[in-house]
Design a protein around this ligand. Structure first.
Ligand code: ADP
Length: 816
């Protein structure tokens, strides 16, 4: 034991007996002594504890793990040693060892205080630990509160808890302060973010709106959305139906409420919405997104985003519409129309295809129709299509396709590429037309072209031959002493060979006009020559004329025979005349001599014939008086024979006159039909043997010699009677044909054989045959008729069949 100043012995004794419970401790915390009451209360013996360290004498109850008596008492003592001031503790459990049961403790509660006792130096001399045993009070209080020991403890704990709580409260306050600060910050952040959120919506180029509450009040509506809705900012704060009344009843409203009630976001594509803008209801199409807005768990609104896809939808609708229009048109057209998809398959063919091919639609689609292509054309169709398909270009081809009747028809197919709105290739639209007839014509033209090329080649060849032959011809002309001339009918200019010129005595060089030629013609032939030339120019009739000229140089009279043809130009008018002239003076002189002889004989025969006729008539008169029937009969026959003879002799005289050019042409304008009718009257009167039928005739004006044409008609009617059996019909007609007056007479008589037919109009030609031997004649009538008609620029001909009958015709130009 350490000795210090400590209390005096007396003090110790006084303290030991003082009626209080205390321990006296050295500043080193060794027990100096204990009061009797203390010893009693702790059931201790002074000898056992004096001189021991306080905590050695009173350790913590080892059965209580969290006993803090030692710790708290020590803390209080240390406080006292440091401050040298008394320290009061709150009550403290501090169990004391049980003397009766060594190792065991007795539960004790104390309210200890430590008071330092200072010496004269002011240093701590000793410390009095005053402790009141409050165990009974504590236990009592426990009993009072819940009659439970634990409650006394909890009361203690409560108090410690309270102090803890105080501390906790401090911390809480601190925490609260921090929290509030954080909340303020968060609120500020939140406000900032809401500001940002609002700003984001309001300035978004995408149309957005925020609805709040069950009644869908517009909270935020950005510019773009206002534009869609066709409304102003006044709708903000209004309900959906107040702001956009026209929306009521539209499906989009149900969608919006659906999102609000279910909390499921929804996206719609190309939703049709009718909105009123500037008083006009407009239908638009929108991609719409609705997203619910939450406040915690609760849905408080809906965010709406809309993208206007009206132009795209309208374009699509327009395409669909145009597709429908196209199909309607395609169905109605007579053209074969089809479409090919992007993969090259035919996906549409119109009705015309079905009608044309007679096949069902499903047999034609895809590549079905190609089976109908002519095998020879298939390759080229395929090639042209594939080449175009690769480049997405238009194509065209021509091929044969089998039609419903099993015939191949030529089709002209054209395919134009189709493109989608985005420019992507969509296939082809094709049209085909049947051009078989055209193709046929083309083939014909092709054939004609080939023939033409051939002809041109031949022409070239002929041209060279012609050049040769022209030279030959010219030599022939020269050899035959023929003159040639080309007359331009329109200009009157001539291209005349030197021989032609020399025959007429025209200048051998320089230009020759037709008037210069006419000047050489003997005046009595001029009307006839002019008529022939006129008819040739106007009607294109051939020229064959023999006439006398006065040689322009020598003044000699010479006979010329001019023959020629007329060429028509493309417009149908006659442009050129090709003439050949030959000097027939020698032949004419021979003939003349013969004719003169015939004329002389005829003339000489006429005088005795006239006397004979006179005597016969006298004798006939006498016989009639004597009524001698036999004589009358014989003399009558004689008279008829004499008449015939006279007619024959007249014929010869006419011929000689004609050929001597002594028959004058007296051209006048007259009605040919009327002339025929007059001649018909005369024949009616005298003809009893045949049935003469004259058809109805209109007025037919001609420029001709009326008597001579009358002579021709007379002659043809007389022949018809002569060469057909009595009682048979003879039909006479005259009409306008090919701008000419055409006379015809048909009989049912003996007819003429084919070999005789071309020679009938020759001088003195008579058909040799038993049937005609009895019929008198010299073969002069038709010759004279032909001469007359030719001098009028006309034509005479006959059609006949032996034993069946004949038709004789002549035609002369109409009066212009
Ligand atoms: P003819 O004086 O011999 O009748 P034509 O010149 O008038 O002389 O006729 C020549 C010949 O043409 C005739 O001999 C006759 O053989 C034949 N002929 C003329 N007209 C007819 C006719 N209508 N039917 C049959 N033969 C005819």
């Amino acid at each position: 034991m350490k000795t210090n100043k400590g209390p005096s012995y007396d003090t110790i004794k006084a303290l030991e007996t003082a009626p209080s419970m205390f321990l006296v401790l050295s500043p080193e915390l060794y027990i100096i002594t204990a009061s009797d009451m203390y010893l009693e209360a702790t059931q201790n013996d002074r000898k056992l504890i004096v001189g021991r360290h306080i905590f050695e004498a009173f350790p913590d109850n080892p059965e209580i793990p969290n006993a803090d008596g030692v710790k708290n008492i020590n803390a209080s003592l240390q406080e006292v040693l440091r401050t040298k001031k008394a320290h009061f503790m709150k009550f403290q459990r501090y169990d004391v060892p049980d003397i009766a049961n060594p190792g065991k403790f007795i539960t004790r509660y104390w309210d200890p205080s430590h008071t330092p006792i200072l010496d004269e130096d002011g240093e701590i001399s000793y410390i009095i630990q005053l402790a009141t045993n409050v165990t009974d009070q504590v236990l009592m209080r426990r009993k009072l509160l819940a009659s439970e020991t634990a409650q006394a403890e909890s009361a203690l704990e409560v108090s410690s808890l309270i102090s803890k709580l105080d501390l906790a409260e401090q911390e809480l306050l601190m925490l609260n302060f921090n929290l509030e600060k954080q909340i303020d910050q968060r609120t500020e952040q939140l406000e900032n973010s809401e500001e940002k959120y609002r700003g984001l919506i309001e300035h978004s180029p995408v149309a957005m709106q925020v609805f709040r509450g069950e009644e869908m009040r517009f909270e935020i509506v950005n510019e773009a959305m206002l534009k869609f809705l066709g409304k102003g900012p006044e709708i903000i704060g209004k309900t959906l139906f107040e702001g956009v009344p026209e929306i009521a009843g539209q499906p989009i409203v149900d969608v919006l409420y659906g999102v609000y009630h279910t909390g499921n976001s929804l996206e719609l594509q190309a939703e049709e919405v009718v909105l009123e803008r500037n008083g006009i209801k407009e239908t638009g199409y929108y991609d719409v997104l609705y997203r619910p807005l939450y406040d915690g768990e609760v849905i408080t609104g809906v965010l709406g985003i809309a993208i206007d896809v009206t132009p795209q939808v309208k374009a699509k609708l327009a395409i669909q519409e145009s597709e429908v229009r196209f199909r309607t048109m395609a169905e109605g057209s007579g053209i074969l129309i089809s479409t090919i998809d992007v993969d090259g398959k035919v996906d549409y063919l119109n009705k015309t295809w079905v009608e044309f091919t007679g096949k069902k639609l499903d047999k034609l689609t895809n590549f079905g129709w190609t089976k109908l292509i002519h095998p020879d054309d298939y390759e080229q169709v395929n090639r042209s299509y594939e080449a175009a398909y690769i480049r997405k270009e238009a194509f065209a081809n021509e091929f044969r396709l089998l039609d419903a009747e099993g015939n191949y028809r030529w089709l002209r197919l054209r395919g134009a590429p189709r493109f989608n709105a985005d420019g992507s290739f969509a296939g082809y639209v094709c049209s085909s037309v049947d051009f078989t007839d055209e193709k046929q014509q083309l083939l014909e033209i092709e054939y004609i072209n080939k023939a033409l090329v051939n002809a041109i080649e031949q022409l070239e060849h002929s041209n060279s031959l012609l050049r040769d032959s022209e030279e030959n011809l010219q030599s022939a002309f020269n050899a035959a002493d023929l003159g040639s001339c080309t007359l331009n009918i329109k200009t009157g200019k001539t291209d005349m060979s030197p021989r032609y010129r020399s025959l007429y005595g025209l200048p051998l060089m320089g230009e020759i006009t037709w008037d210069m030629v006419n000047a050489a013609i003997e005046p009595e032939f001029l009307p006839e020559v002019n008529l022939v030339m006129e008819n040739a120019k106007i009607h294109g009739t051939a020229v064959d004329s023999t006439y006398a000229i006065r040689h322009l140089e020598t003044g000699e009279r010479r006979w010329m025979r001019v023959a020629g043809k007329v060429r028509a130009s493309d417009d149908g008018t006659f442009s050129h005349m090709y003439l050949v002239v030959m000097d027939v003076t020698v032949q004419k002189q021979d003939e003349q001599r013969k004719n003169d002889f015939i004329a002389m004989v005829s003339h000489e025969l006429k005088t005795p014939l006239t006397s004979l006729t006179g005597y016969t008539q006298m004798l006939l008169r006498t016989a009639r008086k004597e009524i001698d029937e036999a004589k009358i009969g014989l003399l009558g026959k004689m008279e008829r024979q004499l008449k015939k003879m006279a007619v024959m002799i007249d014929g010869f005289l006419n011929i000689s006159r004609l050929e001597a050019g002594k028959i004058q042409m007296e051209v006048q304008r007259f009605d040919l039909a009327l002339l025929i009718a007059e001649i018909g009257e005369e024949f009616y009167a005298i003809t009893k043997s045949h049935q003469l039928l004259f058809s109805e005739m209109e007025v037919i004006w001609v420029n001709a010699d009326r008597d001579k044409i009358g002579h021709v008609v007379n002659n043809l009617i007389a022949n018809a009677i002569k060469y057909s059996p009595s009682g048979s019909d003879i039909m006479v007609n005259c009409e306008i044909k090919n701008r000419k007056a055409e006379f015809s007479i048909s009989d049912k008589g003996i007819g003429v054989s084919a070999q005789d037919l071309p020679r009938l109009f020759d001088r003195y030609y008579r058909v040799q045959g038993t049937q005609v031997v009895t019929v008198s004649g010299f073969g002069i009538g038709l010759y004279l008729s032909a001469e007359i008609i030719q001098r009028h620029g006309g034509k005479i001909w006959a059609e006949s069949e032996l034993g069946k009958g004949s038709v004789f015709y002549f035609s002369i130009p109409l009066a212009s």
